[in-house]
Design a protein around this ligand. Sequence first.
Ligand code: SF4
Length: 587
Amino acid sequence: MQRKVLAEYRYDLKPIVRGYNKRTLYVNVGDKQIKEKPVSDMMIDKFVGGKGFDLYLMWHGVKDNTKWNDPENEICISFGPLCGNTSYPGSGKSIVTTISPLTGIPVDCNVGGHFGPYAKFAGFDALELQGKAEEDVIVYIDGDKGIVQILSAPDEAINSHILAEELHQEFAGEKGNLQHVSVVSTGEAANNVLITCLNFSFWDKRRKVARLKQAGRGGTGTVFRDKGIKALVVKYSGLKVDTNDPVDLPTLQKTGLKLHKEIEAGDDDQCRMHQVGTAHLMEIMNDYDLLPIRNFKYGQMPEAEGLHSREFTALFTQGMADGCWYGCSLSCCKAVDNFKPRTGPYKGQPVCVDGPEYETAAGCGSNIAIWNPKDVVEINFYCDTYGVDTISFGTSVAFAMECYENGILNKERTGGLDLSWGNADAALELLHQMARGEGFGVTVGQGVRRMKKLFVEQYGADPKFLQDIGMEAKGLEYSQYMSKESLAQQGGYTLALKGPQHDEAWLIFMDMVNNHIPTFKDKAEALHYFPMFRTWFGLQGCVNCPGTTSNQPIMPRLMNRPKFPNTCKTTWISTKLSPENPWISMN
Ligand code: SF4
């Protein structure tokens, strides 16, 4: 494809020193300015990287009153000093921040795929995007040649499963390696609604498809499209085991080997991340009355057997290397191959669907009373390719369905859609409407907080009732756990700056399944130290899901189920964390 080069910047290629390039990349797609900014020792000492660098850049880039759709709102993507390490699992993460269209405050997402490591190895510790392009553009970083370009992008499809694949092919070139390219994109729904996400790709060599991992929460896709960005593309071909220049590679490799062995020995019995991914949580949450069902009304139902992880295991292609970055032996990124959607624009076409993860299975399954795993997979596929966040979609549709059950909505108000519990066709149609920018789907796609206001104003609904059933805080939809059963989990939701997401403290398992923190004091203490080390993951460029964080060998063990109580050989965290002592000591 012939593209116009709208702006170009050349930079010196130089090796990374101990995890840092000591420069960030600034791109303004409005005035076409591209430049590098230095990273000071102060930035490294105080903000480390990842989410810390993102927030530092945003602090200097936006004003007190910047709105999500102002040109000066930024999308920052930072990678952290450990990002790109290949010696042990969970080290290929990008952290995305922006001012959220849902909440009006900064939101952050932790996402896999190859973009983060490649952009870092291309020469930058973070990427800062600002401005609004008049016409759609692609921002391209060529990490082999040291060139950054803003390119015209008038013709491509927007939906991610097509766009990512096309751009992998185009930028790898005819004889190039598609694995050396990564793409960030969203989908058509991001032009029309707020509950959107960004998709970060990696090329799956065995499946021969671009796989998509999501920076899911807070409407990042909507900001991306508001800026007129169709995609970010990075190319980097020089990956080696020491590209990140670790200070002590032999120790790193020795530690990595130990972790791989622990995963091999324990994962099949404990977390089953390698076999099923996070979907293994479905039956555990149902057993312990923690699975959100019918808009968080119930925590357990016999029907949830239909969404047992064995159903997803049967759909996932096993035996594939399913890691979202090299070196991850957990390889939890499950996929359904040759899935043929029964609705929508890709009806009947075989596609590869990434997931479902637990939150997708719960949000787009049990929480809206859909019990057929194939319906969940179809919603998962369309959410991803349209750029919709599966968590906010599930919670928003659940809210609309409960409003329908209570007579606040009816067919006249939904444009003819029957939003009875479990109506998968209606849920899918809402999703297609979000992509087309029409119908009641666009209303649902504004999220729960805006629906509440609208239903009070337009339909005279009781605001107190809507406040009771509308599962959002700060404007962000709740993620998929029955937090009312767990004071510690609810505390974790409250601590997260962006709204009710469990990034900073995922305590429901310790609290309700393992009963490790039975007293009020235990819960308070956990809420003190968990956010410290989970934030640390996000600063370093590591995954922050406990089951997947073998960077901290204690974490998989925290997820031991009661039937394996004696597999927990590691002693409990023996050193309290503090800003002066941010390291976990274990014996
Ligand atoms: S554990 Fe899963 S999410 Fe984490 S790096 Fe491995 S494959 Fe990616």
